[in-house]
Design a protein around this ligand. Sequence first.
Ligand code: SF4
Length: 573
Amino acid sequence: MVDAVIIDGYTDEPAGLGVPPYLDAIQRYVAGAIWYVRPEWQVEYFTIDQIRENPKLLRVANKARLVVFIAGTAVPGKYLGGTPISYEELVRYTRLIKGPVKVLGGPAARFGFGVEGGRSAIPKEEIKELFDVVAYGDVEAVVLELLQEGLRVEQVNVYATLRRSGRELNEIARRGAHIAIKHPCYPERIIAEIETYRGCPKAYFGRPCSFCIERFYGKPDFRPIEGILKEIEELYKVGVRRIRLGRQPDLYAYMAIGIGELEFPRPNVNAIHKLFRGIRMVAPNLRTLHIDNVNPGTVCHWKEEAYKVTKIIVKYHTPGDVAAMGIESADPKVIKLNNLKVMPEEAMEAIRIINEVGANRGWNGLPHLLPGVNFVHGLKGESEKTYELNLEFMKEVYKRGYMVRRINIRQVMAFPGTEMWDVGDAIIRRHKAIFRIYKEKMRKEIDLPMLRRVIPPLTILREAYTEAYDEKKKLTYARQIGSYPILIAIPLKLPLCKEMDFTVIRYGYRSVTGLPYPIPINKLEYKLLKLIPGLGDRTAANIIRSRPLKSLDEAINIGVPPDIAKHFDFTEN
Ligand code: SF4
């Protein structure tokens, strides 16, 4: 008999991702809170995609005593790994579940239901009637109280929170690790999103960025190193091999010195070192250890410390890592009016520092650690000039020879309680046409050449996972497993759910075309052979005529450049 069911509608917040293959911390905390009070309870975990595929799972939920929905994409993007629950689905599924106590938690409960970038969120009050309890505070704290009160909903403080620095939350996190085995991507692909702290250091100065919802988490509240390590150790014990330190507004400010005194507190190099070294001690054979969210302001204000922290990350992590930086705008007027973090020259400096330490290529074919750039549109003071300045800024980044792993362009989603709520989507609507042109320009003029720089032709991308086959386009899609993975399109039908290596041969704006490595030279059709950079029509035709090729020498003798021939697989069948 199942006692409790967690329905994961997926989460995406500025700090924290929970769309497969990611399993966010909140979902695990809820399981941990249940087992903290009721260690004997059987807890099931279903993703919304599993329910769409098999609605009978709702029957299991209907027989449980407690059903917790987790939902809310506060920074919605496009996801290959799953589709977040829609508002209509939330309404439909909650109505179908009648017996158990129903709880809603996550960003949808806390901040309102985000629909899409460029539109305002559905206020949380509208969701209230669908549930017995809507957790306006921390859902794990609310579930904890609910169980301690014997499921008497009227006794529960829906605003309850749990301090990240406290013993209880860290114990809950440790216990909740066990729910990971129920995730559809377990064990190969699952990435456990780890929280190191929450709350922005800017909270002390009353000037949060105009659109940001991190303010609702209050002042920074750090999880102790010990607590984080115990949780990771437990995840590792149950078989999770991929970790991302993604649930914090700025990893470089973990345990920072001068919180409350400085808008950009000094990075605590020792604490970050202890954390990373400790992770490798409790989880020695992690296959992915990535990070997320770095405040460019911290990097450019504390250069020496930022170098040290970046070196620590590069020493302990796995390559292909991204320091996603919310630069948001390169327009000084927008920066000022919205209390953003850095002026363009400061952002440039942060990009330089991360490049200097992180640009070396790792074993999986990707540079170790590169900056990611986030731009937000629709902010106060935005004009046509803003779009020009953003493009100019990125052109300058390219001109200076730096690498950027990805440029994330999004439209603001206004949440109640932020300065942007009154503005809503008015500016976005006004700039709709410019936005489209600008995005296209950014993709063509920056993304494309940048991708060639980050992943030059004939790069071998190791251990990518084949995820889907598009029958119409005759393309298999694969991705390496980690932060902001590059999509590899392969013009062949390949077995799915396999880890393979690929040689990069072509480029899209945000994806590459690859062939399996080593390239099966005796099997490929002429039209695919022609795509291999440096081969051309004539050599491709030579290959066809001389097949089967048996050795590197044979390939070189018919005109294949040696650096290309070394990618070939000479197997005949
Ligand atoms: S620096 Fe700005 S965007 Fe980042 S967490 Fe703080 S308020 Fe939010």
